[in-house]
Design a protein around this ligand. Structure first.
Ligand code: SF4
Ligand code: SF4
Length: 218
């Protein structure tokens, strides 16, 4: 099965992927592993070329690639008779803003990156400019090495200082950190939600991503 899944990713050399045990999750033991992958945004925005609409477009393009990959993974797993589950991206509650299965935590456990001071996964190759997805699988795989410490430079505050609402605390992440220690996510969500009327969607604010020096120019 591993060979079939990695063959799919060989068609998308730009996409990062890895496996993790999910023995920390409520989906275990029905599913023992997660395959996590990170699709770079269509446009790799920096502050020099940042626009909110451009950032949204990059998300849309990454989502299309992600859906293509998921369809192929589903087909391969179904043909092999292996149980799998695609956890929803959406939060089950607008109050807690927590999805039933955290792609971010799975990505960290699979070794794809760490959580930056902007509260998103930072990959060495693309920085935070990736869209994450995961598929839970009832099979074991060679697992990646969990990242336990942030690799953000101690002195870097670029993302913290650029947030127009002061939603980021500037605290350095480690594997024991809680999300609320890094970000006032209610505030970030509330400010972005103000645009639903005018945009038909939340504001795709990507300022704290575009400013990150990791992955610029990729
Ligand atoms: S997405 Fe925008 S509002 Fe939210 S923390 Fe980042 S810069 Fe601030
Ligand atoms: S801008 Fe600096 S502090 Fe923020 S996530 Fe990137 S490296 Fe980390």
């Amino acid at each position: 099965m591993l060979g079939q899944l990695t063959e799919i990713f060989s068609r998308y050399p730009q996409v990062l992927f890895g496996f993790t045990s999910i023995d920390y999750s409520t989906f275990f033991p029905e599913y023992c592993s997660a395959l996590v992958f990170a699709v770079p945004y269509g446009g790799q925005l920096t502050l020099r070329n940042y626009t909110e609409a451009g950032f949204e477009q990059g998300i849309v393009e990454a989502r299309a690639v992600l859906e293509e990959i998921v369809a192929q993974l589903e087909q391969a797993l179904t043909e092999s008779g292996i149980n799998y589950f695609i956890p929803p991206v959406a939060q089950s509650s607008e109050t807690e803003l927590v999805a039933p299965f955290s792609f971010k935590y799975a990505a960290v456990n699979a070794g794809l990156g760490w959580i930056g001071k902007n509260d998103v996964v930072i990959t060495e190759k693309y920085g935070p400019r990736v869209r994450l997805s995961a598929i839970l699988i009832d099979a074991e795989f060679p697992y990646g090495e969990r990242v336990e410490q942030s690799r953000c430079p101690e002195e870097c505050r670029l993302c913290v200082d650029i947030c127009p609402h002061g939603a980021l605390t500037g605290r350095q992440w480690d594997i024991h950190s809680q999300r609320r220690e890094l970000i006032d996510y209610q505030l970030c969500n509330q400010k972005r939600s103000l645009f639903i009327k005018s945009h038909g969607r939340k504001n795709a604010c990507g300022l704290c991503l575009a400013v990150c020096p990791f992955g610029q120019g990729k």
